[in-house]
Design a protein around this ligand. Structure first.
Ligand code: SUG
Length: 459
């Protein structure tokens, strides 16, 4: 018999554990310059990329976190190229012919079809842990990502993949992506932060949006990707009680400085929330409300720390706020930061203050070289989505996806065997490339024991 939602053992909630599910960087990683308002993406347009280095950099982060005792799992890449995009938009002929024609007439469209953008798992979906939902089930909404063509292609395949990773319908409630229209433009967990006290009960959910579809908006130069309507719809679907939800608007100045997702300007975990002075419109009210709500519901104090030592431009250039905050096995908190943050003196001194001050629970910092992903605007936090699981839910996830030293070795060797050292747009015309990718991904599904998850495996 299927368990009735809401009747499962409440003691399990106390054993909640946060896992970082990182996107494994796919073999077509390249720089298409596809994301307007994302400074790194447009600045590096058509630069030569290094897929092998990119994937190894991502694996190194996963391995280091797992060695530190942080819950870590891996999400396989989506299969690219997505050739239906080229066929749907009028290119005809064999696969090789449509790729060649797209290269001649619409290189950006070809780049979109080959984009490895699913690597940024923070945008894959928004999750609510079962401890927080009124029906005591975990909820997940895959992001529709309609703000960018190449990213909108991810939603359906991501939804199917998430069903494969979280398969038990008694435990996991999968919602379809929100309606694919401007009103419900959704970019996933990059605009969502869960804060929770030491007792680890029902968390507080901060949803951040750039635009109100049914409301007034200030004009910005760059796109406002997330709507308030999308945030509200997710909170409703995920059965989050009103008293544990806050909606905050991104500061328009932040969007125009290149803050295309909120995880580029604030970050939180547990009882720690770090935010830039100009992260939110009406920031003081938001922070006060967050503190009040936290104190009321968590039996704990929120450490909400404003960062004002450096400008919005430096926040975007250093990607400091795209650091992950993790709790180590011994209970200390650690900042997992991009190398770019160490190189900026003002940012580095802010980090130094955070790890040495008694006001901040951060005990240490570790820097990672994620340059290949960073050049597309994807730092440490972009590459992962956090999923809070109790032991019963954990058991329902295919065990092979959880990281350990052996899996690290296996995936490293797999990347070394199959990935190209470098790629530029004209390499997509190479007829050998698609076969190479299919061989690699077919082998990956065997290594991860996932069965046939890719369209080419079912043809
Ligand atoms: O959506 N870049 C991604 C980066 C996503 C970062 N994620 C978070 N902040 N959580 C984006 O802008 C660039 C692809 C290209 O230009 O080839 C891109 O899609």
């Amino acid at each position: 018999m299927e368990p009735e939602p809401g009747t499962r053992n409440p003691e399990l909630q106390a054993l909640n554990h946060e896992f970082n599910f990182d996107g494994l960087i796919g073999p077509t990683h390249h720089y298409g310059g596809l994301a307007e308002g994302n400074r790194a993406s447009t600045a590096n347009r058509l630069k030569v990329s290094h897929p092998r280095t990119a994937a190894l950099q991502g694996l190194e982060k996963m391995s280091a976190l797992s060695r530190m005792g942080v819950g870590q799992a891996v999400i396989p890449p989506l299969y690219r190229p997505y050739l239906p995009l080229l066929r749907q938009t009028g290119f005809t002929g064999s696969d090789g012919q449509i790729i060649e024609k797209a290269f001649q007439y619409s290189p950006a469209l070809l780049s979109a079809a080959f984009s490895a953008s699913a690597m940024w798992a923070a945008n894959a979906a928004t999750f609510a842990p079962s401890s927080d939902a009124q029906d005591r089930r975990m909820h997940v909404t895959p992001a529709n990502l309609i703000s960018n063509l190449h990213r909108s292609l991810e939603a359906d395949e991501t939804a199917a993949l998430l069903r494969r990773i979280f398969p038990d319908p008694g435990l996991f409630q999968h919602h379809p992506p929100l309606p694919r229209t401007l009103a419900f433009s959704d970019e996933g967990a990059a605009n969502h932060t869960r804060l929770v006290g030491i007792a680890g009960q029902r968390g507080i959910h901060l949803f951040v949006y750039g635009r109100e579809y049914f409301g007034e908006n200030q004009v910005t130069r760059y796109p406002q990707r997330q709507t308030l309507e999308a945030c509200r719809a997710i909170a409703r679907r995920h059965r989050l009680p009103d008293e544990s939800v806050i909606f905050a608007r991104q500061h328009p100045a932040a969007i125009d400085a290149g803050v295309f997702h909120n995880d580029v300007i604030s970050t939180g975990h547990g009882s720690l929330f770090l935010y830039h002075r100009e992260a939110f419109s009406d920031g003081t009210a938001i922070i006060n409300r967050l503190k009040q709500l936290f104190e009321k519901t968590q039996d704990d104090t929120l450490h909400a720390i404003e960062i004002s030592e450096f400008s919005l431009a430096e926040a975007v250039q250093s990607y400091f706020f795209n650091s992950q905050i993790v709790t180590l096995a011994d209970g200390r908190m650690m900042l997992v930061a991009p190398l770019e943050s160490r190189r900026n003196p003002a940012v580095y001194s802010a980090i130094d203050r955070l790890v040495s001050s008694s006001d901040s629970p951060l005990a240490d910092v570790i820097f990672f070289d994620l340059r290949e992903s960073m050049q597309n605007g994807g730092g440490p936090a972009c590459l992962r989505n956090r999923v809070v699981l109790n032991p019963e839910e954990q058991k329902a996830v295919p065990s092979r996806l959880f990281f350990n030293a052996e899996l690290f070795e296996t995936l490293n060797a797999w990347v070394e065997r199959h990935y190209r050292e470098s790629l530029s747009l004209s390499d997509f015309r190479d007829p050998k490339l698609i076969a190479e990718i299919q061989t690699a991904l077919d082998e990956l599904t065997q290594l991860l024991r996932l069965g046939s998850i890719y369209s080419f495996q079912r043809e």
